[in-house]
Design a protein. Structure first.
Length: 348
């Protein structure tokens, strides 16, 4: 059974019989976990192992573990700094900032791989311009090159731990103030400005080998009247053809308010896949997920399935082995500096 095009979520810390049936549906391809699915490292390991054991190839299992305010697994995991902290570090000492960012990227990925998670939806490649509250300190920097270089260091650490990286939110969410979870953001800038600013980190990261990208639920009205995640212009003409991206394209959550203009959940999924997404996310709405499964039961995209296979985790430490690893201990020391001095009063 190949990977289906839908990534869905779960209700609690164990699988129900109904959820097992959903995960065996041919249109299912992955599971995204949230804080409600996490109780302890032991519990989540058992949950993930059960999900992976349901079918071959295994379903992809993902989580949002960026750091800062977006970190789903906390107790039993290292509390990670927000991306903006690395940007502040970069302004003080760029060489050491990149080294620290790479180590913390490795730490994030190694801890997740130890419990079986395939990948995290990170890093954020949006510019931290102070306009978007939903981005805020999730952005590495306000400057495109700063974002690109820190994100590259983060990805190098992630790859070293055997995990793929997912850049978001293409072509850039940093300029709009509206939160696409609740509203419909519209960016009125011309393509030239986007190319020179917001898209620079994406182009650089594609050149560095970025594995996957998640488009923004934003309309860039001078380019296309469709949300980027539903736009063939953005996903095929620009991302695939112009920027040369050959990795996986994940939709953002189709239950977000900004996606409502695309119609029913089935219509949203069909539109996103037709535009160029390889896998769509439907979270926190079991009825919507069931609607999408019914609509996509016959869906097949061999090229997308080949890309999705590359998102599986490639290494796995046991937690005991990880905690004996000197690299893990060194990374914890860096984290302790952040916890003691979040304002960056560090001895660099």
């Amino acid at each position: 059974m190949s990977h289906g095009p839908l990534m869905l979520d779960l209700e609690g810390t164990t699988l129900t019989e109904h959820e097992r049936e959903l995960l065996l549906h041919p249109a299912t391809g992955g599971v995204i976990l949230f804080s409600r699915n996490y109780q302890s490292p032991e519990q989540v390991t058992a949950l993930i192992d059960e999900i992976h054991g349901l079918r071959t190839p295994p379903l992809l299992v993902a989580v949002d573990q960026e750091g800062g305010r977006v970190q789903r697994f906390r107790d039993g995991f290292t509390h990670l700094p927000p991306a903006a902290w690395f940007g502040e570090l970069n302004r003080l000492n760029s060489k050491k900032a990149r080294a620290v960012t790479q180590r913390i990227g490795w730490l994030m990925a190694a801890e997740l791989r130890a419990v079986g998670i395939d990948f995290s939806f990170a890093p954020v490649l949006d510019l931290g311009l102070g306009l978007s509250s939903v981005i805020g300190d999730r952005a590495f920097d306000s400057k495109p090159i700063g974002v690109a270089e820190l994100a590259h260091a983060w990805m190098m650490g992630v790859h070293e731990a055997g995990m793929a990286a997912v850049g978001k939110h293409f072509p850039g969410h940093g300029w709009v103030s509206e939160d696409s979870h609740c509203e419909l953001p519209v960016d009125c800038r011309p393509m030239g400005e986007l190319l020179m600013e917001d898209m620079v980190p994406f182009q650089r990261m594609i050149d560095y080998g970025l594995d996957a990208i998640m488009p923004a639920h934003v309309i860039y009205e001078q380019v296309d009247r469709e949300l980027a995640g539903f736009s063939r212009i953005w996903l095929k003409d620009v991302l695939r053809d112009q920027l040369g991206f050959h990795g996986v394209i994940f939709s953002d959550d189709l239950t977000m308010a900004a996606a409502e203009q695309a119609g029913s959940y089935a219509d949203r999924a069909r539109s996103a896949l037709a535009a160029g997404c390889d896998m769509v996310l439907v979270c926190n709405n079991p009825t919507g997920a069931a609607e999408v499964l019914d609509a996509l039961v016959e869906y097949s995209n061999p090229a997308a399935q080949m890309r999705l296979v590359r998102m599986h985790g490639r290494k796995r430490f046991s937690r005991d082995t990880l905690h004996l690893n000197q690299k893990w201990k060194n990374a914890l020391q860096l984290i302790s500096q952040y916890e003691e001095n979040p304002s960056l009063d560090l001895d660099l």
